[in-house]
Design a protein around this ligand. Structure first.
Ligand code: GTP
Ligand code: SPV
Ligand code: MN
Length: 596
């Protein structure tokens, strides 16, 4: 039975029912009984496997098709009416043509299947930041993931009432998971998303990248707020004051890890604490006091499994110990638990690797093969996270002191630097580059520009998005505007070893950032912005790993490399013609002049 009388919602569902022809329609009410029944059903069909109830209570295992393990950027389309509105960095298709193509694929595709209607809220139900979506799907796996990643059920519809337009339509059709007919389409002007022939996370959990970034970035431009690919963390100092930072790093470049970091021992002893508000997406708007406030619109973590262990990210690991769905990791058949690369040094002997091949994990690894897919993921409820911020549910969000941009760059980008002002900070974000990762299909390790870590997620013209950043800055009192920084945890020496220990030790850099925000530490002015004096990064307890000399190496500005970089930025900007905001052109001119 329908869970709402909202006519715009019911009409749209009727239309889609007519198109895909499900045998049955089930509304997701958000109750534990209903979810439990769906888990049972999915276990019976083999869609998911129940894991060891003693060791991993309420946890399940799922495997996608091997051709369907990551986002597909060249099949992700922005279907604005005008091609120009999608801009040169998005793939575009005219809405009429896209609807026709998608409807041809979707037609009758639910025959013999059930349509699940998922009402969900991005953001706490009833928060002024929050937005509602309806996802139709024929996959129980998608329902169970959405129930972790978002707030779902009748409460969402009750709070929404009979408003007619401000909700996002989402249709997901698993079809045959055919990569040749896979399309992830956003229609920003219609508040609509259609995703066909995939069952992988970012392609099908429509509340996440499709809505909370692509559609929401467009909404934010029109409504005066921002949707960003940013984590949110709070740093509590020994006096008990908490300062919040939002940080944008491209996919699989360390957001989840930074958001949940455990302070180094010396900091813990002094009383420092880190609180996680979000690990992937921020919705940001100006508060009544003129500062920017951010919420995490999600309710779960869809985190990268490989590399997560009790040293690198104990908080994320703890979050996966109950009520979690694991996708494309390996399964230990001796005790029916999960394993992935670098979880520990003991790959299971009796294992099933991520595609389901039975193997001796020890030998598999010895042959240099991975047991888990490099983009294997866990879907864990935020409430499981030991360091979840008490402000996580705050409908007003948290005040932001600093924005941090960063990426994976073996060379060039120093450990940290600060922009000269807001507009220069927008330039720093707009010109970020990073090595590609397994989070998207395609080559890994290739440096590409990824402005604000939004290259795959901006729902409109990238240069208009930069202009939106510039315009937001104009509305902020400079004293209240977040300060903008850039970091790089991934500098390598010529042998390919990381030059910075990363993970918990990144707090040492965040401490400098907070001190800069509070005007408590000097910095050296360089061609690219303000860099720390090596003495101002606290290395206490790190003496074996980093010396002041080696730190100076990753705090350098190599003029030749940066001159090359400025050329690369110029070429990049050329793609956008005269739409590049004049403020960014000015920053480029200043950079070039500074490097002379
Ligand atoms: P998405 O969920 O794809 O948006 O990614 P994310 O930005 O949340 O990335 P995540 O924190 O999951 O990190 C991805 C990979 O980077 C993992 O394998 C981590 O182990 C590794 N990583 C994270 N932080 C650091 C760091 O400070 N130093 C180094 N060397 N590796 C790191
Ligand atoms: C990313 O790729 O940035 C992710 C995972 O956070 S996904 O939801 O698949 O987009
Ligand atoms: Mn992400």
């Amino acid at each position: 039975m329908a869970l709402t009388n909202n006519k715009s919602i019911l009409d749209w569902i009727d239309e889609k029912v007519e198109l895909v022809k499900p045998d049955e329609i089930v509304w997701i009410d958000g109750s534990e009984e209903q979810l439990e029944a769906l888990r049972k059903e999915a276990c019976e069909t083999g869609e998911i496997i129940k894991l060891n109830e003693e060791l991993l209570p309420g946890c399940y295992y799922h495997r996608t098709k091997p051709n369907d393990v990551a986002r597909v950027e060249d099949r992700t389309l922005i279907c604005s009416k005008k091609e120009e509105d999608a801009g040169p960095t998005n793939h575009w298709m005219a809405p009429d043509k896209a609807y026709k193509m998608l409807y041809d694929i979707a037609k009758d595709s639910y025959k013999g299947r059930t349509m699940y209607v998922i009402p969900y809220s991005m953001g706490p139900v009833g928060s002024p930041f929050s937005k509602v979506g309806i996802e139709l799907t024929d996959s129980i796996y998608v329902v169970l993931n959405m129930a972790i990643m978002t707030r779902v059920g009748k409460k969402v519809l009750d709070a929404f009432g009979d408003k007619s337009n401000d909700w996002v339509r989402g249709l997901h059709c698993k079809c045959d998971v055919d990569p040749e007919n896979r399309w992830i389409c956003q229609f920003p002007e219609d508040n609509t998303i259609i995703s066909v022939n995939s069952a992988y996370g970012g392609n099908v959990l429509l509340g996440k990248k499709c809505f909370a970034l692509r559609i929401a970035s467009y909404q934010g431009k029109n409504e005066g707020w921002q949707a960003e690919h940013m984590l949110i963390l709070g740093i509590e100092n020994p006096q008990g004051e908490v300062k919040y930072i939002c940080a944008a790093f491209p996919s699989a470049c360390g957001k989840t890890n930074l958001a949940m970091l455990i302070p180094p021992e010396g900091y813990r002893n002094k009383g420092y604490k880190v609180w996680c508000v979000g690990d992937d997406i921020s919705w940001i708007r100006k508060g009544p006091d003129g500062r920017l406030y951010a919420i995490n619109p999600e309710n779960g973590f869809f985190g990268v499994a490989p590399g997560t262990n009790d040293k690198s990210n104990p908080n994320a690991l703890a979050a996966t110990k109950k009520g979690t769905i694991f996708t494309n990791v390996a399964r230990n058949l001796d005790n029916n638990t999960v394993w992935w690369e670098s979880l520990d040094k003991n790959p299971p002997v009796n294992a099933e690797e991520w595609t389901g091949i039975k193997t001796n994990g020890v030998e598999w690894k010895a042959e240099g093969k991975n047991l888990a897919h490099p983009n294997s993921r866990f879907t864990a409820p935020t409430e499981n996270c030991p360091c979840l911020s008490s402000e996580f549910e705050n409908p007003q969000g948290v005040p932001i002191s600093a924005f941090v941009f960063g990426g994976r760059r073996a060379k060039l980008a120093p450990l940290v630097y600060q922009s000269r002002d807001w507009n220069h900070g927008v330039f720093v974000g707009a010109t970020m580059a990073s090595e590609t990762t397994a989070a998207a299909a395609g080559a890994v390790g290739v440096v590409r520009r990824d402005p604000m870590a939004m290259l795959p997620f901006c729902g409109y013209h990238m240069a208009d998005y930069w202009q939106h950043w510039i315009d937001i800055g104009k509305t902020l009192d400079p004293d209240k505007a977040p300060k903008i920084f850039n970091v790089n945890w991934f500098r390598k020496d010529d042998e390919g070893n990381f030059l910075w220990p990363g993970f918990g030790d990144n707090l040492r850099v965040l401490e400098w950032i907070i001190k800069r925000c509070d005007g408590e530490v000097d910095a050296q002015e360089t061609a690219i912005g303000y860099l720390p004096y090596a003495k101002d990064i606290n290395l206490e307890g790190l003496e074996d790993e980093v010396t002041e000399e080696s730190l100076e190496k990753i705090l350098d500005v190599d003029k030749d490399l940066w001159t090359e970089e400025a050329k690369g930025i110029e070429e990049f900007f050329a793609k956008f013609g005269d739409k590049v905001p004049v403020e960014l052109e000015e920053s480029l001119a200043t950079l070039k002049a500074n490097l002379q």
